[in-house]
Design a protein around this ligand. Structure first.
Ligand SMILES: [Fe+2]
Length: 286
């Protein structure tokens, strides 16, 4: 997929086409729809129409086929929606194919559209007509964590609803690499250097037995790395999450099969949203 877009970019840059370049320049801004869509989405949108024809006219090969007649537009997947209740499934903060090839659209269709949706629906159903009804999600998580002998199902589903929303926002196209700004200094103070920090985070993610999460958190004084099992979440114990990686198999199995470490390394090298983590760190630190 990546090569496909590189090929198109090269073609546009090398040959030029008023139709294609004009179309891209009009939408190749930081955000097309306010959700951070960029050049790739702009090119995707153009492929179904004039772009394919224009590329053919200047002798450039399209990404896959050079038919004179463009293929019919692909039907959009229906937007997943929660059933009735106070909580809804948030949209992804990027297009569902924006993290390809590191996390595929197919994984998102199940992970966001089925698993996350299921946790939201279960939370709405389980809290109806209980003392949790009318409370915000974080309060429900903290209170059900205290009463988890009786309210384990509510905690599990409410925490998974929260954790997944946090996870989507922990990722960003073109992210990854070393954190910068104040967070970089805090990491260095605690771990010595980024490599040691990364190694510790990978070990926490890989070492979490069964399903769970790896987290970078602020404990009120310093940066910490921790893992939680199943639906465990740092907000239940008063810590401030800065970044998380879902290490349930449903998060990576379609793309990486059993290679959890490869998936975690892809997240850290290409997707981690350290800019947001830094903002959360500064807000928590005060
Ligand atoms: Fe998940």
């Amino acid at each position: 997929m990546k090569n496909k877009f590189r090929q198109i970019d090269n073609c546009i840059e090398n040959r030029g086409s008023a139709t294609v370049e004009g179309g891209i320049s009009s939408v190749d801004s930081k955000s097309v729809d306010g959700r951070g869509l960029g050049r790739r989405e702009a090119v995707t949108g153009l492929l179904a129409g004039a772009a394919t024809i224009a590329l053919g006219a200047v002798g450039c090969r399209g990404p896959e086929k050079s038919h004179a007649t463009p293929p019919p537009p692909r039907a959009r997947e229906p937007r997943p929606r929660a059933e009735g209740g106070p909580f809804s499934l948030p949209d992804l903060p990027y297009a569902s194919d924006a993290l390809d090839p590191f996390i595929s659209q197919k994984t998102f269709s199940f992970h966001h559209g089925k698993h996350h949706l299921g946790y939201v629906n279960n939370t709405n159903r389980l809290i109806a007509n209980t003392s949790y009804s009318g409370k915000d999600l974080e309060t429900i998580i903290r209170e059900s964590h205290k009463n988890r002998q009786e309210d384990m199902a509510i905690f599990n589903n409410a925490a998974q609803t929260y954790n997944h929303t946090f996870f989507w926002n922990s990722l960003i196209p073109g992210g990854g690499g070393e954190p910068t700004k104040e967070l970089a200094g805090a990491i260095k103070a605690e771990y010595g250097n980024y490599e040691k920090f990364k190694e510790t985070l990978i070990r926490a993610a890989a070492g979490q037995f069964g399903s769970g999460w790896a987290w970078v958190v602020y404990d009120g004084a310093k940066i910490e790395i921790e893992s939680t099992s199943n639906a465990g979440t740092p907000i239940a114990t008063g810590k401030v999450p800065l970044l998380t990686i879902d290490v349930w198999e449903h998060a990576y199995y379609l793309d990486y099969q059993n290679r959890r470490v490869d998936y975690v390394e892809s997240v850290l090298n290409h997707l981690a949203n350290w800019e947001r983590a830094n903002k959360l760190y500064l807000a928590a630190k005060g």
